[in-house]
Design a binder for this molecule. Structure first.
Ligand code: ASP
Length: 308
C-alpha cells in the first residue's frame, strides 16, 4: 500500500451574486463554519482515520451550521417546508448511500452513511427514508427545526419574482478527502433550491451527478444548478476523464464545468485524487470553499481571493 498525505477539501456552495444577507456577520460566520469542518475532518485524518469518516464529519458540521443550505438553515420548498438530499460515497469499492426528500432526519449525511453501511439499497426517498433513519436510531426532529426566518424571507422573494428568480444560492455543502491509505470519499448535502416544487431532487444525492468517489480516479462533490449537473453526469464525467481519458485533475474539472456551462448551468466542483492532488473550480462569482492538509489551510469565498 502506498503512503500518501491526507487531504480534505470542503465547499459551502456556489453563488451567482455577492452575498447580500440581512446579517452582516454572515460571511465571517461562514468562514468560521468552513474552518470548523476542516478542523473536525482533519482531526480524523491526522489520527489515521478513513476518508469516509472525515467527509461524513465535515459534512455533518456544515449541516448543523445554519449559515449553509443543508440541514438546519436549508432553503424552503414552494410549500414552505424543508426537503433534504444527501449522498456519501466510499472510493474503495464504490459503495454509496443516498437519500432525497427527507423531512425529519437531523443529519442527512449520517443517514446516507448508515444506508451505505447497512444496505441493501443505495438510494431511499421521502418519508420512508426518514422511517429507515428512525428505525436505525438516527435522531428525528420536526421539520420546523430546519427552518430559519431568513430562508422564509428568501422564499417570499423567490415567489414574488417567480420564474425569473435565479435558482443558484450559496449553501449546499460538500466534502472530499483522501486518507493516509490513499482511499478517497465524497459527501454532499443540501436543501436544494429555493421554491422547488413537486418533489424536485437535484444533483447532490445522485451518485455520478453531484457526488462520486472512485479510488481509481478521484472523489468529487458538486454545487450549482443541479438540473445541468445531472444532465452532464458531472461528478462521474470528471472521474472518468481521469481514469479513462488520462486527463489531469484540474484540466478535467475545468472541462466538466465548461460542459455544464454549455448546457446552460453554472456552479462549482471540488475533487481529490488518491495521490492527494486537489482541485476546485467554479463558474459563479464565488464559492465557499476550504482545503487543508499537513502543510496548511486555505479558506476562501470569492474568485479573486486566492489562487492555490
Ligand atoms: N446543486 C444543488 C441542487 O441543485 C443546489 C446547490 O448546489 O446550490 O439541489
Amino acid at each position: 500500500m502506498t503512503f500518501v498525505r491526507w487531504r480534505l477539501v470542503v465547499h459551502g456552495g456556489a453563488g451567482s451574486e455577492r452575498i447580500a444577507h440581512d446579517d452582516p456577520g454572515h460571511e465571517a460566520q461562514a468562514r468560521a463554519g468552513l474552518n470548523d469542518a476542516l478542523d473536525a475532518g482533519s482531526a480524523i485524518l491526522t489520527a489515521g482515520g478513513s476518508a469516509v469518516d472525515a467527509v461524513e464529519m465535515a459534512a455533518r458540521i456544515l449541516e448543523e451550521d445554519s449559515c449553509f443550505n443543508a440541514g438546519r438553515g436549508s432553503v424552503l420548498t414552494e410549500q414552505g417546508e424543508v426537503e433534504l438530499d444527501a449522498a456519501i460515497m466510499d472510493g474503495r469499492a464504490r459503495r454509496a448511500g443516498a437519500v432525497a426528500g427527507i423531512k425529519t432526519t437531523r443529519a442527512p449525511i449520517s443517514l446516507a452513511r448508515c444506508l451505505m453501511e447497512r444496505g441493501p439499497h443505495v438510494f431511499l426517498v421521502g418519508t420512508a427514508a426518514d422511517r429507515f433513519a428512525s428505525a436505525a436510531g438516527i435522531e428525528q426532529v420536526a421539520n420546523d427545526f430546519f427552518i430559519l426566518p431568513e430562508r422564509k424571507r428568501q422564499l417570499d422573494e423567490a415567489l414574488a419574482i417567480g420564474s425569473a428568480a435565479d435558482p443558484i444560492k450559496y449553501g449546499t455543502i460538500g466534502a472530499v478527502a483522501v486518507d493516509t491509505r490513499g482511499n478517497v470519499a465524497a459527501a454532499t448535502s443540501t436543501g436544494g433550491i429555493t421554491a422547488k416544487r413537486w418533489g424536485r431532487v437535484g444533483d447532490s444525492p445522485l451518485i455520478g451527478a453531484g457526488t462520486y468517489a472512485d479510488d481509481r480516479s478521484c472523489a468529487v462533490s458538486a454545487t450549482g444548478s443541479g438540473e445541468y449537473f445531472i444532465r452532464a453526469v458531472a461528478a462521474h464525467q470528471l472521474a472518468e476523464r481521469i481514469r479513462i481519458g488520462g486527463q489531469s485533475l484540474q484540466n478535467a474539472l475545468d472541462e466538466v464545468l465548461a460542459d455544464v456551462q454549455s448546457l446552460g448551468g453554472k456552479g462549482g466542483l471540488i475533487a481529490v485524487t488518491p495521490n492527494a492532488e486537489v482541485a476546485w473550480g467554479f463558474t459563479t462569482p464565488a464559492m465557499y470553499r476550504g482545503m487543508t492538509d499537513e502543510s496548511g489551510r486555505l479558506v476562501a469565498i470569492y474568485a479573486d481571493e486566492e489562487s492555490r
